[in-house]
Design a protein around this ligand. Structure first.
Ligand SMILES: Nc1ncnc2c1ncn2[C@@H]1O[C@H](COP(=O)(O)OP(=O)(O)O)[C@@H](O)[C@H]1O
Ligand SMILES: [Mg+2]
Length: 264
């Protein structure tokens, strides 16, 4: 055990030296690519994660949205991780997202300036993933959050992310529909959360199982609009599966079953 710890310490020291060299010489393509996109405080955070051994590498961007970018990274043991970096909030972002925060008792005393909001957004997703994972819901396991950076389990294999539900034609069956509904129900009943942005764009397919992702806007049941969000999530799911010729359940019945008002 003692040798293992020592070895790790040495590897860490070695790594720190490497990173320092990289930063000094600005040679690294991975870091250069990041430098074009992110502000100084985000870059400092990435360097810190590398220096502290939370990450050993950060590779290319998997997906670049307007509000976040997701990178493939590796942890200190060389295992793939997903690194989601939240971008600085634009006015649109603030206006669009505020309603998910207002009314959630978990986030009452928050500063409203732009930086704090992006940080909060990352923390919120981390917390939601943690609560969901603890309840046994299939989500990427959260690993750490620092500022606007969230590191989580990578869903996929050998650096290739799993496909989204929207890109999984033949697998879209009644069985899959049933599985996804069970996840939504578990999220509601055990984690006491509503995803609130659920659609075929925020479900990944891994080993025939649906995995819900993108939980920054997920709300607790005490949020005054949680029921409206739940109905919208269910409508999105129904709409996707009926487009794939799956016999879907009536939205009202489905809603009652999810919230446990229904016995079956
Ligand atoms: N844990 C993960 N493992 C692998 N790929 C992921 C993971 N999380 C997200 N992605 C990829 O990044 C994309 C964007 O992630 P998402 O959380 O939906 O962010 P956004 O808020 O930008 O929609 C996803 O569509 C998926 O392809
Ligand atoms: Mg998304």
């Amino acid at each position: 055990m003692a040798t293992e710890a020592l070895e790790k310490k040495l590897r860490l020291r070695e790594r720190r030296y490497e990173v320092e060299q990289l930063i000094r010489e600005k040679r690294s393509e991975e870091l250069e690519a990041l430098e074009e996109v992110f502000d100084k405080s985000t870059l400092m955070l990435v360097y810190k994660l590398l220096n502290q051994g939370h990450l050993s590498h950060i590779h290319g961007c998997i997906e670049a949205g307007k509000e976040s970018k997701v990178y493939l990274g590796q942890d200190f043991d060389g295992k793939d991780v997903a690194v989601k970096i939240f971008l600085k909030a634009t006015t649109d972002f603030r206006q669009g997202r505020m309603m998910y925060l207002e009314g959630d008792p978990r986030f009452q005393r928050i500063k409203r300036d732009t930086r704090s909001l992006v940080y909060l957004w990352a923390q919120k997703e981390f917390k939601n993933l943690q609560t969901a994972a603890t309840a046994g819901v299939s989500v990427p396991r959260p690993i750490l959050v620092r500022g606007n950076i969230l590191v989580m389990q990578f869903i996929g294999e050998k650096g290739v992310p799993a496909p989204l539900l929207k890109d999984t034609g033949p697998q879209v069956t009644a069985t899959l529909y049933g599985r996804l509904l069970k996840e939504i129900r578990l999220l509601y009943q055990k984690a006491e959360l509503v995803h609130a942005d659920l659609s075929e764009y925020n479900v990944m397919m891994w080993k025939k199982k649906p995995i819900m992702i993108d939980m920054s806007q997920t709300v607790s049941l005490s949020h005054p609009l949680s029921d409206m969000f739940l109905r919208r999530d269910l409508a999105n799911v129904n709409s996707f599966f009926s487009r794939h010729a799956v016999d879907v359940r009536l939205e009202n019945h489905l809603h009652d079953w999810v919230i446990g008002r229904d016995a079956d």
